[in-house]
Design a protein around this ligand. Structure first.
Ligand SMILES: NC(=O)c1ccc[n+]([C@@H]2O[C@H](COP(=O)([O-])OP(=O)(O)OC[C@H]3O[C@@H](n4cnc5c(N)ncnc54)[C@H](OP(=O)(O)O)[C@@H]3O)[C@@H](O)[C@H]2O)c1
Length: 380
C-alpha cells in the first residue's frame, strides 16, 4: 500500500475549506428549508431490462422510492432489508406501480459483519448473478437503544450500520459487479461537517470511541456527529473505489449523494425523535423542522440517486468519487484529504471489516477527472 505524502498547497486548502463551509451552510440550513420548493430534476428514463439492482434499506423511505424508479425502468430489483414483513409490503407497492417488474426481497441486516457476510454467501450460492447497480442506502441516525452504542462486532453502531457494511458488502460482491456497474451510496449533508485526522489507529479499537476517527477531536459526541462522520467516510470510500477501479481499467463508477431533507421514518426512530436542544442540536433542529421536509415520494422525484445509478455518460462517470447534491458534484471533506489519509482510512476499514482488499497506492494512481476544489459545486 502506498503512503503518499503529497500535501495540498495552503491556498488550495483554504479555498476548499471555505467551499465546504459554504456547502455545509447551504446543505444544512438553506436546502433543508427549501427542500420542498426546489424544482424536480429531469431524469432520462432508461430501459434497464436484464439489469440487476440491489438496494439496501428499501422497505421504506428513500430506498423504496429509488427501488420503485428502477423497477419502473424494468430492472430486476432486489430489496435487501432487515424487516421482511415491511419489505414484502414495499414489494407489492412497487409492483402496483410497475406491474411487469421483477422484484425480490432478500434479508440483510447491515448492523453486523456476520449478516453482511451471510448475505454475500447467499448471493453466491444463488448463482452469483451479475450486479449492475449496487445502492448502499440503509441507514439510521441513532443506535437501537441509547445504551447500545456498540454493535455485536464492537464497532460504534452508526459506523457499522451506515458505513462499514458498505465496505464489506462491496468487497465481497466485487466479483459479481458488471464491468460497467454503478455503486451509489446515500450520504448526507453531514458529509460536509464530518472529519477525521491523520493519526487514528490502524488496528481496530473495539468497544471504544476514537477521537479523530469517530468524531473530530474536541467535539461533543452526539449521534448526529457520529452519523456525519460515517456519511463523510462514504464519500471517502467512493473516492478510493474510483481510484481502484480506474487503476484496474474498469468502467465501474462509484458515487455518493445527498438526497435532500426527507420526512421519512428516519426522524421517527426513538433516539432521533427524543433529541433535545441540549442532547443533539442537529437532530433536534431536523426533527422539529420535519414539516418542511419532502415526503419520500417527493424526494424520489429529486432523483439524484437514481440518476447516478443509471446515467452512463462519460461526464458523470468522470465525477466518480464526489459527493453529488441535486445532480451536481460538490466540494466536500474528501477534497481536503491528502493521499496518505485516504490510504490509512482504507487500511483501517479493511482491518475493521476483517478483509484483505488490495488497492493500488493512491499516490500516482489515476484521479477523478477535473480539478475538484475550484468551485463549490460544478455543472455537468
Ligand atoms: N431523511 C433524510 O432527510 C435524509 C437526509 C440525508 C440522508 N439520508 C439517508 O438516506 C438513507 C435512507 O433514509 P430514509 O430517510 O429513507 O430513512 P428510513 O425511511 O428510516 O429508511 C432507512 C432504511 O434503512 C433500513 N435500515 C436501518 N438499519 C438497518 C439495518 N441494520 N439493516 C438493514 N436495513 C436497515 C431501514 O429499515 P427498517 O425499516 O427496518 O428500519 C429502512 O429501510 C439513510 O442512509 C439516511 O442516512 C436521509
Amino acid at each position: 500500500m502506498g503512503s503518499g505524502k503529497k500535501k495540498m498547497p495552503f491556498l488550495k486548502r483554504a479555498r476548499t475549506k471555505t467551499a465546504i463551509q459554504y456547502n455545509a451552510f447551504m446543505g444544512l440550513v438553506v436546502r433543508v428549508l427549501l427542500a420542498r420548493v426546489l424544482p424536480h430534476q429531469k431524469l432520462k428514463k432508461y430501459d434497464l431490462t436484464g439489469k440487476n439492482a440491489i438496494v439496501t434499506g428499501s422497505n421504506t423511505g428513500l430506498g423504496k422510492a429509488m427501488a420503485m424508479h428502477l423497477a419502473q425502468m424494468n430492472a430486476t430489483v432486489y430489496l435487501a432489508c432487515r424487516n421482511l414483513t415491511k419489505a414484502e409490503v414495499a414489494r407489492s407497492d412497487i409492483l402496483k406501480s410497475a406491474p411487469t417488474a421483477t422484484v425480490h426481497v432478500l434479508p440483510l441486516d447491515t448492523s453486523t459483519l456476520e449478516d453482511c457476510r451471510r448475505f454475500c454467501a447467499d448471493w453466491a450460492a444463488d448463482g452469483g448473478k451479475t450486479i449492475d447497480i449496487l445502492m448502499h442506502n440503509a441507514g439510521v441516525g441513532c443506535p437501537p437503544t441509547p445504551d447500545a452504542i456498540y454493535g455485536p462486532d464492537g464497532f460504534e453502531h452508526l459506523y457499522m450500520t451506515n458505513f462499514l457494511s458498505n465496505v464489506l458488502l462491496t468487497s465481497l460482491l466485487e466479483g459479481y459487479l458488471a464491468s460497467d456497474a454503478r455503486i451509489v451510496m446515500t450520504s448526507s449533508p453531514g458529509a460536509f461537517v464530518g472529519g477525521v485526522t491523520n493519526d487514528f489507529a490502524l488496528a481496530s479499537p473495539k468497544n471504544a470511541m476514537e477521537a479523530g476517527f469517530n468524531y473530530k477531536k474536541g467535539q461533543k459526541v452526539t449521534n448526529s456527529i457520529l452519523y456525519s462522520n460515517g456519511k463523510l467516510m462514504q464519500v471517502c470510500l467512493a473516492r478510493m473505489l474510483t481510484h481502484k477501479y480506474r487503476a484496474e481499467g474498469k468502467d465501474i463508477a462509484v458515487h455518493a449523494y445527498t438526497p435532500g431533507y426527507t420526512a421519512s421514518e428516519f426522524f421517527d426512530k426513538k433516539g432521533v425523535a427524543a433529541s433535545t436542544l441540549k442532547s443533539d442540536i442537529i437532530w433536534f433542529f431536523l426533527r422539529t423542522g420535519v414539516k418542511f421536509a419532502m415526503s419520500p415520494e417527493e424526494a424520489g422525484k429529486k432523483k439524484t440517486g437514481v440518476f447516478l445509478a443509471t446515467d452512463h455518460t462519460q461526464k458523470v462517470a468522470d465525477k466518480g468519487g464526489y459527493l453529488f447534491e441535486r445532480m451536481k458534484p460538490m466540494v466536500s471533506g474528501v477534497d481536503l484529504y491528502d493521499d496518505d489519509i485516504l490510504d490509512r482510512l482504507w487500511n483501517r476499514w479493511c482491518a475493521d471489516a476483517g478483509i484483505q482488499w488490495d488497492h493500488l497506492p493512491v499516490e500516482g494512481s489515476p484521479k477523478p477527472s477535473g480539478d475538484p476544489p475550484t468551485e463549490k459545486s460544478e455543472d455537468l
